[in-house]
Design a protein around this ligand. Structure first.
Ligand SMILES: [Zn+2]
Length: 420
């Protein structure tokens, strides 16, 4: 827990809270400590049961997968399931699924990434599931959604990336709605499956009729240049120079393919989620442009950060959601819990129950993130949702588990902001 004592500057956001109550951001030291005793350190490991009509899967692998008596690679091996076998998912437990093999009735745990849903559980007409969802595909899908859903979706360009790509935001539903929620994804390049998820959730939301009362603003790719680097689409002299500098710092030449695949920063080698004005001075790690961990020369030095800041300030958002990839958990807090953080905790509990993701308090080691800034400087209840369990980029086969856990997140957030 960060027991730091800092003076927060007055919020430049000129916004009001969910209930039109003015939020006063006072220095953390002066703020009465909330009843954190009622908040657990971390909730138990998330479990999740898919609905019955979405439980049947086919095992997709080269040969066979192991069946164990527990959700761990150390659990006892009790059998194998062959490629093509039909199974019923009884429960997801982190990256494992507790399944019943339909032919034999045997039950056990297998790695969920080998499961292919037997029916179309996504129900999408435009967005296709892939592990390499690209910027160009996103723009094409946005155009297609605009054609199908007309006035219910508007595309707003929030700014431009360091390497000159537009940063589109989809405004879904009624722009004059009394409530607004901002969703941003893929600020970390290699976590580009979150962009696919944001697009898929947006299509599902439009298909369900969107909402007159809660308008969603979705920026699926907050870091499109970084995504293009991670997907092997951009590799120029500028990136090669950062690569050489990282290699010199590490004292060894990294495997080039892996280095690029795992790229996290923007085109300038800045970790955008360490570039926000939220205890930015405490961000450590790299001191120069790098594939990950460099905070930049100043808070909001990057055009992507500036675009997120100005869009967030452009209206009174009731909540923000930041989608990240690794951890299967929800972060809601920044330092000592503020009023916005306490509201975010209530939302985190609802989404935690829905998704099976664990709810994590701030361990006091991470600064300069978008969520940190939106809650501490703008007073907006803000969550970071980590969708997967293994290191990014996530494989396509993980999307079934991720979709099951997230497909009603917009609906749940909408209900929450209406009633908060
Ligand atoms: Zn991330």
């Amino acid at each position: 827990m960060a027991a730091v004592c800092i003076a927060l500057f007055a919020c430049g956001c000129a916004r009001q809270t969910l209930r039109d109550m003015p939020i006063t951001i006072t220095p953390k030291a002066e703020q009465p400590s909330p009843a954190l005793t009622s908040i657990p350190e971390a909730s138990p490991v998330g479990r999740f049961t898919p609905p019955p009509e979405m439980q049947e899967c086919t095992v997709a692998c080269d040969d066979a997968v192991n069946l164990r008596d527990g959700a761990s690679s150390h659990a006892e091996l009790i059998g194998t399931v062959e490629e093509g076998a039909r199974v019923r998912v009884i429960e997801f437990q982190e990256r494992y699924a507790y399944v019943e093999v339909l032919a034999s009735g045997q039950k056990g745990y297998m790695v969920a990434g080998y499961l292919q849903p037997a029916t179309d559980v996504f129900g999408l007409d435009v967005v296709s599931i892939t592990d390499a969802y690209s910027y160009d595909q996103m723009r094409e899908d946005m155009r297609a959604l605009t054609e199908i859903y007309g006035e219910t979706i508007k595309i707003v360009i929030a700014g431009e990336s360091a390497n000159g790509l537009e940063l589109p935001v989809m405004v879904l539903g009624n722009p004059q709605a009394p409530h607004h929620v901002f969703v941003q994804a893929a600020i970390h390049a290699r976590e580009h499956m979150t962009a696919l998820l944001a697009m898929a959730l947006s299509e599902a939301w439009l298909k369900a009729g969107a909402s007159q009362e809660v308008c969603f603003h979705v920026m699926p790719m907050a870091n499109p240049d970084g995504i293009q680097i991670s997907q092997g689409l951009v590799y120029d002299l500028h990136i090669q120079q950062i690569q050489a500098s990282d290699a010199a710092a590490a004292g060894e030449q990294p495997d080039e393919t892996e280095y690029l695949r795992e790229w996290k920063a923007n085109y300038n080698g800045v970790d955008l989620n360490r570039n926000f004005d939220a205890l930015w001075e405490k961000v450590e790690a790299s001191t120069s442009p790098s594939s990950e961990g460099y905070r930049g020369t100043a808070p909001e030095s990057e055009p992507e950060t500036q675009a997120l800041v100005s869009y967030t300030k452009s209206r009174d958002f009731d909540a923000t959601i930041s989608y990240h990839a690794t951890g299967s958990m929800i972060y809601w807090q920044f330092g000592d819990a503020t009023q916005a953080d306490r509201a975010a905790y209530a939302l985190a509990k609802v989404i935690g129950e829905l998704s099976g993701y664990s709810i994590e308090p701030d361990d006091g080691t991470s600064f300069g993130g978008y969520k940190d800034w939106a809650s501490s400087k703008c007073g907006i209840p803000s969550l970071t949702i980590e969708i997967g369990t293994r290191s990014a980029p996530l494989p396509e086969t993980d999307f079934y588990n991720i979709w099951m856990r997230n497909r009603f997140v917009f609906r749940t957030v909408a209900e929450w902001v209406k009633n908060a």
